[in-house]
Design a protein around this ligand. Structure first.
Ligand SMILES: N[C@@H](CCC(=O)N[C@@H](CS)C(=O)NCC(=O)O)C(=O)O
Length: 211
């Protein structure tokens, strides 16, 4: 079974959401920040998500959320699990489909969640509410959200087309983080509608209730 070391509203929510999409049992170890000292024995960086997979030959520990989404679905895809295969864009996607999927998967963390997290950390840990770095990151976010809005304007339901994948979990979590940290970003219309669709998913709701 997978154990998820979890802080509510943090990036570990991505992994809880994935497990709920796959309807697979998991174990939650929930705590707050600052993390307990005992957790540093599992992940010396003290960051979440961290998972331990004790179904592997030797227990596997991982701590990067996008890597974990790929690991969990990838292992099950190889084993022929249909749900995980669909969430990872199928066993043999076209080059175009696969490239778009990987790009959007990383866009959710690198281009959206990271600047939101940086703004939040700056405000909490330096006490500065506005400075040039925050203004620059907000500008970057506006540009990236405008890109995403245009990308969704063709009427697609999910970022990789008509099939929900882990790329949607990656991006959807960035909106949750923006709300949780009260970041002053405005979601453009297609992105706002997409966020509504994501929140309406039964697995999203179950993940929010579980964690
Ligand atoms: N790129 C990492 C970022 C992980 C990260 O920064 N997690 C935050 C919570 S969302 C955390 O653990 N912060 C506490 C700390 O780093 O001390 C990922 O996607 O997993």
């Amino acid at each position: 079974m997978i154990t998820i070391y979890h802080v509510p509203n943090s990036r570990s929510q991505r992994i809880v959401w994935l497990m709920e999409e796959m309807e697979e049992p998991y174990r939650l170890e929930t705590f707050g920040i600052p993390v307990p000292d005992s957790f540093l024995e599992v992940n010396p960086l003290g960051s979440v998500p961290t998972i331990v997979d004790d179904d592997a030959d030797e227990p596997i520990t991982m701590f990067e959320s996008i890597g974990i989404l790929l690991y969990i679905t990838g292992r099950r895809l190889v084993a022929g699990d249909e749900k995980a295969t669909a969430l990872a864009v199928g066993p043999r996607p076209s080059a175009e489909h696969y490239a778009a999927h990987l790009q959007m998967l990383h866009f959710g963390e690198a281009d959206l969640a990271t600047p939101i997290g940086t703004i939040f950390r700056t405000r909490v840990f330096t006490g500065e509410q506005t400075n040039n770095t925050i203004a620059d990151q907000l500008g970057q976010l506006d540009k990236r959200l405008a890109y995403l809005d245009n990308y969704l304007a063709d009427g697609r339901q999910w970022v990789t087309g008509d099939r929900f994948t882990i790329a949607d979990i990656s991006i959807g979590y960035a909106f949750l983080l923006a709300e949780f940290t009260k970041s002053e970003i405005t979601l453009p219309p297609h992105v706002a509608a997409y966020w509504q669709r994501l929140q309406a998913r039964p697995a999203y709701k179950r993940a929010q209730a579980a964690a």
